[in-house]
Write a protein that binds this ligand. Structure first.
Ligand code: FMN
Length: 387
């Protein structure tokens, strides 16, 4: 895709539509879908509409500075690239392409436990800051091994995701046969053939694609085998003692992703956690969980600035970012939008996604009369009355 064509993709929603045209349906749906009736996914997106901004243009915001500081790093914008598994299915070497885009945009890239490249391979991009995401596994030693490897590969922070202890029921995947092992029917294969650009692009990458971080030394297990292993290793018995344990093992910044209750945020901080990520996994786990924008305010009030509070879920516009910051977030993470970007044009596609956010945040701040991120505060917002 030429840079001119990419520039014509003017919003995150148009990037999504473009990705739909590029990807075989089971792969598009894998990213786009969520658990059960997808209520939480829809509410994540619509919850931001529950707040209106009250602009005060006469404050004089001739130029806007979007930068923030997070764990000592200056980021060019308050949008981070969150962890998403299997990015390599969307574009060859998807994780490294995305990490390079984050680096070019001046923001954080988070590598998922379920990446198609290993954390050591990702480190070869020198993308930084880079954060690693892990789970608490039944075999705690395996979690520890992940941490040690992330430390050796110079990751700057660790994210412990706590809402994936049981795989969510994602019905689009069941319908499409995007399961372990895959059960595609002839319609799915027919649909894939129609996405000939993706097939051509992926022809080498698909061979031998695997969950790199799970491969044992001298092992050549395929994607399905490793996916099954990953599923079996998840541990619904994980608890606060594991957080204490992880805190002892990992010395750099530790964040917990999947916090939705203010008391859990307080407890995490008591145990020495350095950052909270308000998240419901993009609605992919517990359908009916509270929308993150609705959970954020109470959590930020509880945390009172002791540690950064990040949020993800349904952030599709610069105005959503500005609203999240007004509700008390330090920054936002994006999940699906980066996958739509990488599916459309690899690194350049993710760069475009981040550029769209930056332009929209800049415009919203200008229209509200705000020059710096630190000027975004609660009094920017009013809850819309619901009839
Ligand atoms: C395809 C896909 C894979 C994901 N994989 C992971 C993962 O491996 N680890 C994790 O903590 N979150 C994962 N997530 C959740 C995202 O990090 C994030 O919480 C969510 O996508 C945010 O919502 P949004 O997609 O509406 O931006 C994944 C999300 C998607 C869409």
């Amino acid at each position: 895709m030429t840079p001119e064509t990419l520039k014509k993709i003017y919003s995150i929603q148009t990037m999504r539509q473009r990705a739909r045209r590029e990807l075989p349906q089971p792969i598009f749906d894998f990213a786009d879908g969520a658990a059960e009736d997808e209520k939480t996914l829809r509410q994540n997106e619509s919850a931001f509409d529950g707040f209106s901004m009250i602009p005060r243009p006469l404050r004089g915001a001739a130029s806007r500075d979007l930068s923030i500081t997070l764990f000592g790093d200056t980021l060019a914008l308050p949008v981070l690239v969150g962890p998403t598994g299997l990015s390599g299915l969307f574009w060859p070497d998807g994780e490294r392409q995305t990490a390079l885009a984050a680096k070019a945009a001046g923001t954080v890239f988070c590598l998922s436990h379920g990446s198609t490249c290993t954390m050591e391979e990702l480190a070869t991009t020198s993308a930084s800051p880079r954060w690693m995401q892990v789970f608490i596994y039944k075999d705690r030693q395996f979690t520890e091994e992940f941490c040690r490897r992330a430390e050796a590969a110079n990751f700057d922070a660790l994210i412990l995701t706590i809402d994936n202890q049981i795989p969510g029921k994602r019905e689009r995947d069941l319908k499409n046969g995007f399961t372990i092992p895959p059960t595609f029917d002839w319609q799915a294969y027919l649909g894939m053939i129609s996405r000939y650009r993706w097939i051509w692009r992926m022809r080498h990458a698909l061979k031998g694609m695997t969950f790199g971080n799970y491969q044992r030394p001298n092992e050549t297990a395929d994607l399905s085998t490793l996916a099954a292993r990953m599923g079996e290793m998840l541990d619904p018995a994980m608890n606060w003692d594991d957080v204490k344990w992880l805190r002892r093992i990992w010395k750099k910044p530790l964040l917990i992703k999947g916090i939705l209750h203010p008391e859990d945020a307080a407890k995490a901080i008591d145990l020495g956690v350095d950052g909270i990520i308000v998240s419901n996994h993009g609605g992919r786990q517990l359908d009916g969980a509270i929308a993150t924008a609705n959970a954020l305010g109470a959590i930020a009030d509880q945390v009172k600035g002791q540690v950064p509070v990040l949020i993800d879920g349904g952030i599709r516009r610069g105005t959503d970012v500005v609203k999240a910051l007004a509700l008390g977030a330090t920054a936002c993470l994006i999940g699906r939008p980066q996958l739509w970007g990488v599916a459309v044009a690899g690194q350049a596609g993710v760069e475009r996604v981040l550029e769209i956010y930056a332009q929209e945040i800049d415009m919203a701040m200008g229209l509200c009369g705000l020059s710096r991120i630190s000027e975004i505060s609660k009094d920017l917002l009013i809850r819309r009355s619901v009839r």
